[in-house]
Design a protein around this ligand. Structure first.
Ligand code: SF4
Length: 374
């Protein structure tokens, strides 16, 4: 039987570029129509995928909610002609506060969207301004209410920690405000200063002030875990917390290396051991699906690396039996030294079936995971 696939759709438009953002997204809206034409062509021309079953679809960006909603319906329609979309498929869409109205939400609902990831980033208005966001904390609350009114019962709120000029107490207040809304899912990512962003420019000039040091960062990580646990959320991945049964099925697919096909500018795909990524440039509209930035077959070693560094991001970790089944080798034969050392250091645990990081390990996983690269 064919394996199921996840589908990712990239919508690269935003109202205004945030000061920390290096995602492929453009303020210039003149290409919206030709972009969606190209996107739909790419979906329709996907012969190899035709007839496959999908049970997770994720429409991300950019800000998918800043384009006229009928474009989203037309993408869903094209997908339903290429794929068999399971009845209980998880169909997520990213939205930003201040970009949704009840009429648009109705269109999204009837197009099949049943999960929303709302890019809040902070409930601290000063931090929202520092980040260059287009919305206030009141806009987040209003949008959240509109989503609930429209019937969305699976909502993620995205937050960022370690913001310039924000204390641990500010972050805790912000997190508590998010949790008090009782979304089904909360993601908390630490700010990373990426090249090509305004924040990067400022940091090169030594003008990005008030970033936390390592100790403050560790205190914040501990606070996030504690507060979210108190509110009934379980951590299931380094940065992701959910109420029971609301873990994001699409993202789990990435960490488990299950097949997914990405459509649109910069969208990445993994089909078996082939990884390919569309161009990040707007030239995409002239050659949808025909201009790859990367297209290669992973070696066995690379697959093993990915199995470890993606799987260990999840609190359930990796299964020794799965490793043996996929690669025909015992996990300890390949990674015995690293596993032993990280267990002895008290970061990694083994329950007789799976290796997984405890909270201490997850907090420093960016360092620990590099040990699994050949
Ligand atoms: S809304 Fe999101 S994708 Fe758009 S510029 Fe801001 S961070 Fe980037």
């Amino acid at each position: 039987m064919d394996k199921k696939r996840g589908v990712y759709i990239h919508v690269p438009f935003c109202i205004r570029k945030c000061r920390y953002c290096d995602f492929p997204s453009f303020e210039d809206r003149e290409h919206i129509d030709s972009y969606f034409k190209a996107l739909i062509t790419e979906i329709r021309d996907e012969k190899e995928t035709a007839g496959r079953i999908t049970d997770t679809i994720y429409i991300g960006g950019g800000t998918p909610s800043c384009v006229p909603p009928l474009y989203i319906s037309s993408v869903m329609e094209a997908l339903s002609k290429t794929y068999v979309i399971e009845d209980d498929a998880e169909i997520s869409m990213e939205m930003n506060p201040g970009t949704v109205d009840p009429g648009a939400l109705k269109v999204y609902r009837s197009a099949g969207i049943n999960r929303v990831s709302l890019g809040c980033q902070s409930f601290n208005d000063k931090s929202l301004r520092t980040l260059g966001r287009i919305h206030s904390s009141d806009d987040i609350r209003n949008t959240f209410e509109k989503l609930r009114d429209a019937g969305f019962d699976n909502i993620n709120l995205d937050l960022i920690s370690s913001l310039p000029g924000e204390s641990g107490t500010d972050m805790e207040r912000s997190l508590r405000k998010a949790a008090a809304l009782s979304p089904e899912h909360i993601s908390v990512y630490s700010l990373i200063i990426e090249e090509g962003t305004v924040f990067h420019e400022l940091s090169m000039k030594n003008e990005l002030k008030g970033l936390p040091d390592e100790e403050e960062q560790a205190e914040t990580d501990l606070m996030v875990r504690t507060v979210l646990k108190d509110f009934g959320y379980s951590r299931y991945e380094i940065s992701n917390y959910a109420k029971e049964g609301f873990e994001c099925r699409h993202n789990i697919r990435y960490w488990k290396r299950e097949d997914y096909r990405g459509f649109g500018l910069s969208a990445a795909s993994l089909i078996g051991n082939r990884r390919f990524t569309n161009t990040r440039k707007m030239v995409y509209i002239n050659q949808p699906g025909g201009s790859f930035e990367e297209d290669r077959t992973l070696s066995r070693k690379e697959e093993m690396e990915e199995f470890m560094f993606l799987g260990l991001r999840m609190t359930e970790g990796v299964s020794a039996d799965d490793f043996l089944r996929y690669f025909g080798r015992d996990i300890t034969e390949v990674y015995g030294g690293q596993l032993k050392e990280q267990m002895a250091d008290g970061f990694l645990e083994y329950n007789g079936k799976r290796y997984f990081y405890n909270d201490r390990g997850l907090d420093v996983s960016n360092i620990l995971l590099s040990a699994f690269l050949f």
